[in-house]
Design a binder for this molecule. Structure first.
Ligand code: PHB
Ligand code: FE
Length: 324
């Protein structure tokens, strides 16, 4: 296990440089630069910030978050691996892959500090490109409001007493510009006598259409390990997600195109166009990246069972949920 060695120093553009273990991170006006013992890598800084903010906000999510075809993180539930080239067949064949494992809280601290320092005033890494300012240029200002959003996680269901509340015009969540036609009425609940406290319903379209962020699944209901995680999507999912369990996708409105690749090598497997009403089971051994030409509503159905990653890794479970 590596220990963090953070000694932030500022460069001529006003940005701090960061390090953890043997990784070093620097940014210039357009790019994030990553150096590690076997090489150096760089990527567009807006894309990089969109990825590390999701890593931070999601607590490193399930499985792998690839920032591009080279760099990314692997969730080990307590520790996290940061890698270059590990999920890239060509890097591995040339023995150019490099990976280090960190305590989750240590990498979380460095990524949080980096996204905070490198995000300029006006840039929101969770917003659609049409709804945010630019990430580029020398350091100017900060955007703490955009970085402090907590991932919404209902403990039972949105709208129940004591649980996550509704989004309304009044509390700062107007309907998104692409969803002004969504019905906003509430369902009628007619419970049998004696069951009044046990039945609940809310208008999910009205709730999700008011999300001010993209590619950020929130948990709206939990029943044991069954988690309903709707999200609004526009432009490109910044990370390429390597699943460590099967995920079901229900395309609720509009359209998303998914590039699906082998989770370990990045070899292309499929391109799936999901139109409103389509349902797909994304296998446990793939990675995928989504493209949404206009804002669309996607329901991600997750299985939160913590034993699943090991059971798939041991091949006790097939990576797909049905035999046809
Ligand atoms: C996924 O990788 O499964 C995923 C992540 C974020 C989203 C949608 C899907 O917004
Ligand atoms: Fe996924």
């Amino acid at each position: 296990m590596s220990t963090p060695t953070e000694q932030p120093t500022k460069n001529a553009l006003g940005y701090q440089e960061f390090s953890i273990g043997h990784f070093r991170f620097a940014r210039d006006e357009y790019f994030a630069h990553i150096t590690y013992p076997k090489g150096a890598h760089f990527m567009a800084v807006d894309q990089f910030l969109r990825c590390i903010l999701r890593d931070v906000a999601w607590g490193f999510f399930y499985g792998t978050l690839n920032f591009d075809n080279v760099v990314g993180t692997i969730q080990n539930y307590g520790t996290v691996e940061l890698f270059c080239g590990l999920m890239n067949e060509a890097y591995v064949a040339a023995n150019r892959q490099y990976v280090e494992r960190f305590d989750t809280k240590d990498l979380q601290r460095v990524f949080s500090a980096m996204v905070e320092d490198w995000t300029n005033e006006g840039f929101d890494p969770f917003a659609a490109p049409s709804e945010t300012g630019s990430a580029y240029g020398p350091k100017h200002g900060t955007n703490p409001a955009a970085l402090s959003r907590q991932r919404v996680v209902a403990s039972r269901m949105v709208g129940l007493p004591g649980d996550v509340g509704y989004r309304t015009d009044e509390n700062g969540y107007p309907l998104n510009r692409h969803f002004r036609d969504v019905p906003t009425d509430q369902p009628e609940v007619h419970a049998e006598p004696g069951f009044e406290g046990s039945v609940h319903a809310f208008n999910l379209y009205n709730y999700v259409a008011r999300s001010d962020v993209t590619w950020n699944p929130s948990v709206v209901s939990q029943v044991k390990y069954s988690l309903f995680c709707p999200t609004t999507e526009e432009y490109i999912l910044p990370v390429k997600h390597g699943n460590d369990r099967v995920e079901w996708f229900v395309q609720v409105s509009d359209e998303i195109i998914w590039d699906v690749e082998d989770g370990k090598t990045g070899k292309p497997r499929a391109r799936v166009t999901m139109k409103a009403g389509d349902v797909a089971a994304m296998p446990a051994d793939i990675c995928h990246k989504g493209y949404s030409p206009k804002r669309s509503l996607l329901l991600v159905w997750e299985n939160g069972d913590p034993t699943l990653p090991q059971r798939y890794a041991r091949r006790e479970l097939n990576p797909y949920p049905v035999e046809m």
